[in-house]
Design a protein around this ligand. Structure first.
Ligand code: GLC
Length: 441
């Protein structure tokens, strides 16, 4: 009996050590991602030719499959300048970028040898568009992310072609061939481009078993040890990908990224002028930072490879703001609860600096409540002005911290969002108790 207990205890220890190692491994793999805060998503494909919904437009029957595919003839990439793209992305303050190497329409942007459908073989672009971009990202010290649609509505071995047209119900021979094709393309992408991140999409049409997701995720890690996988691989991913909807409460997953369009389209659509303002984009970024996540902001280049003016303008203003406020963005962690500060905030990695985001022109002082720490200094981020503060309601007999009032002069306000740094005497310590009544005076 005693032996059995000792054996079981040993097993538990071994298991705990194993789980801890897995956690540490993930933590170190995810570090750059958690620190990055901003990435740029790029939806570039033949759908930009007509300016219609990527892949979905034929799947949902807004255009016939054949007419959709005719866009291949207009996809020239003649003004594509990967160096300029990467420079602009770096300027925006993003730390990584994710390019659609193949959307649900099955058109590969690189020179795949696993199948025939690519812009290299079937469009006037006639060249690998992924390779130069990956090279330029690396030159600019940016991490490389590759978007890859697991489902492929063009592939003859894939079961569906459109919402209405099914090629077959069950045919394991065809399906196995299709899975081999996916593995083949992903091996090419892994070995040729050594991505830091794979951004899968379209996993919803099949189960983990069908995609062979376990083996796939293991292979991807064999090919690139530290590669990060997004969530859309039926349970085998590293981080959550809420889409187009800003989380209101903090997501359960420690690692997450909001992917979002600048207007209402992922790819270039000449008729979509519904752009968010730079102020709206910056404030959404701030909300992501506040909740410990990243923003993956999308651009949609034109078929000739130029980036629309409106998108460049947003990236430039974003760049001005991120550059000025870098210390409050990169490497920070989720902020303090709104009860303590009426607005978004972030914390430095070791928790001793609070960054308070100020999106409006204050009518009076900012207010901080329930901070147990001693405040050592306050300054305006990206400007340096030291700020004064005033404490009210601090009773000598009570452990309830006083209310801190911070005056922010109009002169230091940023055109978009001002950031105030508050240096504490140690890791932030929040008062969450219930108050106190005087017992002697
Ligand atoms: C959706 C769509 C796709 C788009 C993607 C980006 O899953 O299928 O068109 O590329 O979201 O997050």
């Amino acid at each position: 009996m005693k032996k059995l207990v000792v054996f079981m205890l040993n097993c538990m220890v071994v298991f705990q050590v194993f789980a801890q190692n897995m956690n540490n491994e993930k933590e170190s793999r995810m570090q750059w991602f958690e620190d990055a805060k901003l990435g740029i998503f790029i939806h570039w494909g033949i759908y930009s030719v007509n300016g219609i919904d990527e892949s979905w437009s034929f799947f949902n029957d807004y255009i016939s499959y054949d007419d959709y595919m005719k866009q291949l003839d207009g996809f020239t990439a003649q003004n594509y300048n990967a160096a300029a793209w990467a420079k602009l992305i770096a300027e925006s303050g993003a730390k990584y970028s994710v390019l659609t190497t193949k959307h649900h329409d099955g058109v590969a942007l690189w020179d795949t040898k696993c199948g025939d459908l690519s812009v290299v073989k079937s469009s006037p672009a006639a060249t690998d568009l992924v390779a130069p971009f990956v090279k330029e990202l690396r030159k600019n010290n940016l991490k490389v992310g590759l978007y890859y649609s697991l489902l492929d509505w063009s592939h003859p071995d894939y079961p569906n072609k459109t919402r209405k047209i099914k090629r077959y119900e069950t045919d394991s021979l065809k399906w196995d061939r299709f899975v081999d094709f996916n593995f083949c393309q992903l091996e090419e992408l892994s070995k040729q481009f050594k991505p830091d991140l794979f951004w899968f999409d379209g996993d919803w049409e099949q189960s983990a078993e069908k995609w062979n997701a376990k083996e796939l995720s293991e292979d991807l890690r064999d090919w690139n040890k530290n590669v990060i996988l997004n969530s859309r691989i039926q349970g085998y991913g590293d981080y959550a990908t809420p889409e187009q909807g800003l989380p209101i409460t903090r997501p359960d997953n420690r690692y997450w990224e909001l992917c979002m369009t600048m207007n209402d389209s992922w790819g270039y659509q000449h008729n979509d002028k519904n752009y968010k303002t730079p102020n709206q984009v910056i404030r959404i970024l701030v909300d992501c930072i506040n909740k410990g996540g990243n923003l993956l902001l999308d651009i949609g280049p034109k078929p000739d490879g130029t980036i629309p003016e409106e998108q460049i303008a947003i990236l430039k203003e974003l760049g001005r703001w991120t550059n000025k406020h870098a210390e409050a963005i990169y490497g920070t962690r989720a902020g303090i609860p709104f009860e303590h500060y009426y607005g978004p905030s972030a914390l430095s990695k070791n928790g001793d600096i609070m960054y308070l985001f100020v999106p409006h022109i204050p009518r009076g002082p900012l207010v901080l409540k329930g901070i147990k720490n001693k405040i050592n200094r306050m300054w305006v981020v990206g400007n340096g002005t030291k700020l004064n503060w005033d404490v009210k309601m601090k009773q000598y007999w009570s452990s309830v911290p006083g209310i801190v009032y911070i005056d922010v002069p109009e002169k230091v306000l940023d055109d978009q969002v001002t950031v105030i740094a508050v240096l504490l005497d140690g890791k932030v310590d929040l008062y969450r108790e219930k108050g106190q009544v005087i017992e002697s005076n």
